[in-house]
Design a protein. Structure first.
Lengths: 88, 145
């Protein structure tokens, strides 16, 4: 299963991501993380072998849908943990 | 703005083949929420309205295996919550209705991942809050240990 993920650097997102990559490869082949900034090492799970991170410009006024489309392909499940917060 | 980001992500995802969506919102999410004397701050009615709007936008896309919406109340274990609150809240949770009980983010992460990987035979959207959320946890416990 290939998972598209937005919000993986947030408090809850980090926990979900860590859980997802702890499943065996037969269940989770890859997690495609879309972030507005590069994740800090401490925000990422230890095992990053099945995750790929894409930094996308999400600044106001940007047409983000084509940017998301560029990095998402053959996705099975979407996970969204993006908050209405600071966007740091 | 996060409403637009999340919605654009959902649209791009469904175009990329996604059959299911798992979404974090909040207890109290309600597209019809309005500012009130009780919830007069920006974090009041508007917040719940925006969370409800994201839910509607995802649901309207019609994922083949549904949109699975998580609506936790208080989140324990974040850097935004002082340690004393993390300690006290679980002790007081029994006083609150289930939908307003706190949950540790590790438990929430476990539940969301499990639902993401579970196979579904319905396109109906599902909301997990209160008892429905705690039922996903081993031993139905909402605290960390």
């Amino acid at each position: 299963m290939k998972i598209g993920f937005i919000g993986g650097t947030g408090n809850v997102g980090q926990c979900v991501l860590r859980n997802l990559v702890s499943y065996p490869e037969e269940q989770v082949s890859q997690v495609v993380c879309v972030n507005r900034r590069k994740a800090n090492p401490e925000e990422l799970p230890e095992d990053q072998s099945r995750m790929v991170e894409h930094v996308v410009d999400m600044s106001p006024g940007t047409d983000v849908e084509p940017l998301f489309a560029d990095v998402l392909s053959d996705i099975d499940v979407l996970v969204g943990t993006i908050g209405i917060g600071s966007g740091k | 703005m996060e409403v637009e980001l999340a919605t654009a992500f959902a649209r791009a995802g469904i175009e990329a083949g996604a059959r299911k969506a798992v979404l974090l919102t909040s207890s109290g999410a309600d597209i019809n929420a309005k500012k009130s004397w009780l919830l007069s701050s920006v974090a009041g009615g508007l917040y719940f309205h925006l969370k409800g709007q994201v839910e509607k936008n995802f649901t309207d896309l019609g994922f083949e295996q549904g949109t699975h919406i998580f609506r936790p109340a208080g989140l324990l274990g974040t850097q935004h919550v002082p340690g004393i609150v993390d300690t006290l809240m679980p002790a007081l949770d029994w006083l609150a209705p289930a939908r307003w009980r706190s949950i540790h983010i590790e438990k929430l992460g476990f539940a969301m991942a499990a639902v993401a990987l579970r196979s579904e035979d319905s396109s109906a959207s599902v909301i997990y809050q209160g008892e429905e959320l705690f039922d996903l946890l081993p031993g139905k416990r909402w605290q960390k240990n």
